[in-house]
Every structure is written in structure tokens, then in C-alpha cells.
Design a protein around this ligand. Sequence first.
Ligand SMILES: Cc1cc2nc3c(=O)[nH]c(=O)nc-3n(C[C@H](O)[C@H](O)[C@H](O)COP(=O)(O)OP(=O)(O)OC[C@H]3O[C@@H](n4cnc5c(N)ncnc54)[C@H](O)[C@@H]3O)c2cc1C
Length: 396
Amino acid sequence: MSAAAAVDFDAVVIGGGPAGATAADDLARLGHRVLLLDRAGRIKPCGGAIPPRLIQDFAIPEHLLVARATAARMVSPKAVEVDIPIEGGFVGMVDRQQFDEWLRERAASHGAVRCVGSFERMTRDDDGLSVVHFSADGGARSVRTRAVIGADGARSQVAQQAVPAADRGRFVFAYHEVIAVPDALPPGYAPGRCEVHYNGTLSPDFYGWVFPHGASVSVGTGSADKGFSLRRGVMQLRAAAGLAHARTLRREGAPIPMKPLPRWDNGRDVVLAGDAAGVVAPASGEGIYYAMLGGRLAAEAVAQLLTTGDARALATARRRFMREHGRVFWVLGLMQRFWYSSDKRRERFVSICRDKDVQQLTFDAYMHKRLVRARPLAHMRIFFKDMAHLLGLARV
Ligand SMILES: Cc1cc2nc3c(=O)[nH]c(=O)nc-3n(C[C@H](O)[C@H](O)[C@H](O)COP(=O)(O)OP(=O)(O)OC[C@H]3O[C@@H](n4cnc5c(N)ncnc54)[C@H](O)[C@@H]3O)c2cc1C
């Protein structure tokens, strides 16, 4: 039997969230035989905010946007509010139940084989090919493949089993409540405005949020401090938003990785993507865009491996990602450690956000995933203002 006939799939993608569904779609479009294995039954806990760059790069149809935020409100520990209009654009809101399923179906429509099942382990046959073992339909199953993409989320089993140093991940634990928006809107509630609260009582090291989703709203917070009560934080946020007695639809939480893993591949036939690779932006916790980009880069790396047989191609996924976003992740990590460490600093941070240059730079970076190089003077001004705040020279 030829090697080609002996494999069941060219690639097996484990996990059907944004990373895995994108990877499976891209590989299927290239004509590869792909299995997309996803454990069903749980809606991913997520605020569901996505930037226009994602909508554009991954061809997301309008109907998946349940709301569009055209303004953001930053709230300081002393309840100082800084409103930032999102000029000429919007932040899209998606509900992950529909969004993820739509992405998986798009992959299937291009030829990926979908399977509802739970990954268990990988072994290697005598000829060196990987065998993926999983449970599905109440039984044990296995498939042989040339490549595996591990997109099975923050607690990735693929990473633990196949990729060196995968146990070095750091996490914030995030928790949110999905609430039905009452018919009579609470005073101050704006369906087109995201709120971001910086306050040590809501989170000692992250932030709290109120993200409107049309008929529902996500109210959540996060922290790396295991002793901190996220539920109490959310209760407080709900009260502040006038949503204390509104109907709760879901309560759910999940870890958010805070640092890209040092390696995303095993040098042979496995590569990671998305939360499994540790790629969520520090400070903001934004992960959907980076998961989809990671899925795309992993798919390109696997396509190259399948065509050339050269396993070094797998390392290009991390290299390319870090070349484009590594510096921003590093800066955001510094920001989180500095600005989110005390209420005094949070107060200053919100105060900085009043600055038009800071608003412009932040939104360009978030919405379009680029820093605008055309305005070096503005960057200089921000740098000096930032320094003034860091050193406590500027008034709050
Ligand atoms: C409370 C909260 C709020 C957030 N808010 C935002 C936000 O507003 N905007 C934003 O951009 N990001 C947000 N994030 C981060 C974002 O949700 C993640 O970064 C993103 O979902 C990562 O996508 P992924 O495909 O890598 O992983 P996931 O979305 O976690 O998908 C992993 C998939 O793998 C499957 N899986 C896991 N184990 C197995 C197994 N053994 N076998 C088979 N399948 C398996 C799961 O069922 C799941 O479908 C938030 C996260 C949390 C926790």
C-alpha cells in the first residue's frame, strides 16, 4: 500500500473554535483531506468583541454581528468616566454559539470532515505516522494522519502531550454572566457602547467589562489571583450597570492564556494554534483575532509540510506570528504589569485615555492591528505624556 493510501487524513485539526475552524477551512480550501474534531456541548465563555480587521481578513458576514459598539467608556476606580468615540468604525459583537458553529460549517462546506468527539491521545505507528485517538459516538476511534493542528484551547491536551515546554503557560481566569437586557433600559446603559472598568475591587490585575450584545449583555471580569472572587466582582459590576436584578441567562468562566508558548510545534508533525499556543493579547485579553490568525498560519505551515515533507516548515507559524505581533504583545504585557497594579495607577491610566493621540493610537492598533507610522510626532507626544504619567509628573 502506498503511503498516500495508508493515511486517513492529510491533517487532523483538534478543536473547532476560531483557531481550529479557520485552520480546517484553509487546509480544505487548498484541497487537503482534513478531519475537524471538536468536543460539542459547551458554548465558549467569551465577551465576543471582534475588530474590523478580523471581519475583513476572515470574511465574516454581517448577520453574525449581533451588535456594533461605536463608543467605549473607560471607568476609573474613582468612577471617572472617559468616553472614547470609535470614529469611522465599530467593534463587532458576536455570540460564540453561532459564530463558532458558522466557522465550523464553513470549513465543512469546503470539504473538511466534521466529527463530534473528544481527543484523548496521540501515538505513533511503526512507519512513523501519527495516530490520533479520540472518543466519538460512545466508542473509541483512531485515525492516521500526516499532521496534527492542536487548537483545543487554553488547557490544550495536544500541547501537553506533544510539544516541549507547553507547561510553562500563564493564565488569567475570566468569568462572565450573560444577562437578558431588560425592556426598560437601565439609566446610563447604552446598547452601542462597551464599558471597561479599571478598579482593584473588580479585578486586582485585569479589568471588568460590560459588553452589549443586542438582546443580551456580557458582564465579566478576570484575574490571575486564584483567591480573588470573580463572582463578587461581577455582582458589583452588575449593580453599577443597573443590571443587578435582570435575568441571568448563563454564568460561565474559562482560563485565558497570557503568554505565547516558547514553542508551538514538535519539529515533526504537530503545530499549535490559538489559546493552545498561548496567544491572547495581554492587558486586553483579546484572543479571537489572534486565534484565527494562528489557525491560518498553522494551516499554511502544515500545507508546506504536506507539499515538501520538510518538518521545519512548522516553526514558521510561530515565527511569522511573533514577527508581526510579538512587539505589541510585549508592550501590552508591560502595560498590564504596570498600569493594572494599583488603583492609583489605574486612575492615571484612565486619565491618559482622555488624550486624543492615545485614543487614536489605541484604536488604530486594536481595529486594524497596525501602528500608524505616518504620525511619528504623535507617537513622540504620547511617549512623553506616558513618561510623565509613569513618573507621576502629570496631574490625574
Ligand atoms: C470570559 C472570557 C471573555 C473573553 N472575551 C473576549 C473578547 O471579548 N474578545 C476576544 O477577542 N477574546 C475574548 N476572549 C478570549 C477568546 O475567547 C479566546 O482567545 C478564543 O476563543 C480562542 O480561540 P481558540 O479557537 O484558540 O480556542 P477555543 O475558543 O477555546 O476553542 C477550543 C475548542 O477546542 C475544543 N476542545 C477542547 N478540548 C478538546 C478535546 N479534548 N477534544 C476535542 N475538542 C476539544 C473545545 O470544545 C473548543 O471548541 C475571552 C475569553 C474568556 C474566557
